[in-house]
Design a protein around this ligand. Structure first.
Ligand code: GLU
Length: 438
């Protein structure tokens, strides 16, 4: 359940980014376009779809003056990018991080379009962000910033228009401020379906908090099956211990996988016997949301974790952690991408040549938006499901999406990432054609 202190401590969907992005020069939008163009080539995509989907439909940039606790006014940069509304209202999270900029938000918005298409949700894709460091802000400052951002985006957001959710650095508490501010702006009409990832008490969905990590686990297990491996004989290294990484680690270990390496922005740890993830989660909760000071494993570097000899590598933190600089050193048999864009496009060929089976972000982390969709459906019906009803609906969606992508991978003899883009781009392009030309 959400507590006020969580907004600051929890670090949101993934661990809050620091300025220490290992490869800040790699433009995530270029990474997105490189994969999109490869898929378009395989599909022999028509020129119109290629042109339309290569660019966002709408970009909004705002400057948000916020009164800080010390009396100063700080002006924050805010963004919302709508990549596509072809398949339905745009859907996608809001990120609070110092790495937020237009190119990052544009890439993340396009990934949402393709992610929603892979799992066949009736949504387009969008993303938002504010360049800020939420770990350095008070609860009051975060609330004022969030309300200012919501007011600035009041004509962008809407239950049938654009539906935000949590992402890195934001969480259910931030969503609660957004739904409240939106209510105030709209003459006190309550529109819970304007945003997902809300606290349960305000119309959030059971299972939403764990959903992204659960999808990582579900798709990883399906990947292991295809590789002929049993979970009990596998080791995993999980990078990032925010919402996605912690639930992925917990659920993988509940399936018998030995989680031998974990990390967050404060450090990385190794334990050959496998960590007791529930204990780690308790530690992090009691420790202001980070692994700092954790002493139940051997201290290693982030690079050690990424290049560890394991069956499963689950990058669940930042973009561009695997690049041409370290791809050759990756030893994992499978990479399951809990984060958005953890592998830069320049690393794809290297990893493919090494025969690493990759479950790409737009498939692996689609469990979150899938349960966001259920939250939106429940809000609109005013009728709520139990956690097991949610999981019983979400799991088959993830499994079917995995199988669709896997079949495209086999049929076209292309890597899983390209197969996922292929499935997604084909679906959105069909939607574009069905809607006509003008
Ligand atoms: N931020 C999450 C993502 O990247 C969730 C988006 C949503 O639920 O709308 O998929």
């Amino acid at each position: 359940m959400y507590r006020e202190s969580d907004a600051k401590a929890a670090g949101g969907e993934a661990k809050t980014a620091k300025k220490t992005d290992p490869a800040p020069h790699i433009n995530p939008y270029d990474s997105m376009l490189a994969r999109f163009n490869q898929a378009a080539d395989v599909l022999k995509l028509d020129a119109r779809s290629r042109a339309v989907l290569s660019v966002p439909e709408k970009v909004v940039q705002v400057h948000l003056p916020v009164a800080m606790d010390d009396g100063r006014t700080e002006v924050f940069e805010g963004y919302r990018v709508i990549h596509s509304t072809t398949m339905g209202p745009s859907k996608g999270g809001i990120r609070y991080s110092m790495n937020v900029d237009m190119d990052e938000v544009k890439a993340l918005a396009a990934w949402m379009t393709f992610k929603c298409a892979v799992v066949e949700l009736p949504y387009g894709g969008g993303k938002g962000g504010v360049k800020c460091d939420p770990t350095k802000m008070s609860i009051g400052e975060l609330e004022r910033l969030t309300r200012a951002y919501t007011a600035a985006m009041s004509d962008v957001f809407g239950p049938d228009l654009d539906i935000p959710a949590p992402d890195m650095g934001t969480n259910a508490g931030v969503m609660a401020w957004i739904v409240d501010e939106y209510q105030k702006i709209n003459n006190n009409h309550y529109y819970p379906a304007v945003i997902t990832g809300k606290p349960i008490e305000l119309g959030g969905s059971q299972g939403r908090e764990a959903a992204t990590g659960r999808g990582v686990m579900t798709t990883a297990l399906l990947g292991l099956q295809k590789l002929g491996l049993r979970p009990e004989e596998c080791r995993a290294a999980v990078q990032g211990f925010g919402n996605v990484g912690s639930f992925a680690a917990k659920l993988l270990s509940a399936q018998g996988v030995r989680v031998v390496a974990i990390s967050d922005h404060t450090g990385a740890f190794y334990n050959p016997d496998g960590f007791l993830i529930n204990r780690v989660i308790q530690y992090v909760k009691a420790n202001g949301g980070t692994l700092a000071g954790f002493n139940e494993g051997q201290k290693i570097t982030n690079e050690d974790l990424l290049t560890m000899d394991v069956e499963i590598l689950a990058p669940c933190a930042l973009e561009n952690v695997i690049t041409a600089a370290n791809a050759d050193k990756i030893k994992a048999k499978m990479i399951v991408e809990g984060a958005n864009g953890p592998v830069a496009a320049e690393a794809d060929d290297i990893l493919n040549k090494k025969g690493i089976f990759i479950i790409p972000d737009i498939l692996a982390n689609a469990g979150g938006v899938t349960v966001s969709y259920f939250e939106w459906v429940q809000n609109r019906r005013g009728h709520y499901w139990t956690e097991s009803e949610i999981n019983d609906r979400a799991d088959p969606i993830m499994s079917r999406a995995f199988e669709r992508v896997y079949q495209a991978h086999i049929l076209h003899k292309i890597p899983m990432r390209l197969a996922a883009y292929l499935v997604a781009v084909e679906r959105v392009s069909k939607g574009l054609h069905l809607k006509g030309k003008y």
